[in-house]
Design a protein around this ligand. Sequence first.
Ligand code: ZN
Length: 202
Amino acid sequence: MPNAKVRILKPQSAIPPMLLRIVQYGHPALRVKGRRVGRADDRIRQLSADMLETMYDAHGLGLAAQQVGEALRMTVIDVLPLLKERPSTLTVGGEEQDLEKWMPLTLLNPEVTLQEDRDVASEGCLSFPDINGDVVRSTKVRVKADLLDGRAVEFEATGMLARAIQHEVDHLNGVLFIDRMNSATRASLKGRLKRLQRESEE
Ligand code: ZN
């Protein structure tokens, strides 16, 4: 996969977080499956800090490595800004956790098991500026992942957090939210998607 536009990260750590360029729909990086992250070293910690900075700057709730041109199984999420409007829970071993202590969340190599109950809600994506559409997702997921501090965690998530995790883990597999929309929704967005794709190819 050609990646001339992809930023190469220098292996440094103590530099302040910087804004990364978010690639838009049409960029090949969005269709690349991420590699496993072997170990959370300085480079990964720096990438996490940079991704969070970039996500907050763009007013997003989640950002996947593919969206900054890195083909890694790594994503950052923070659902706190929307907690009132679209509630979330995170449960470990049946005990509901204080979300403030868990956010922001950097997940490495996340594996998700979907529960059967589903709902539909509008989603956006930082790689699709000004585009929203309804997507059906599981209302509850079970997640296994590694954290930046090297711990392996297992938890259950509901609400917006469950939705955000499904959206981001799709990115890690090269799957985009438009792939999950029904054909009517996709058809209604066709013109705007074409435009975005053209912009990315320029
Ligand atoms: Zn997205």
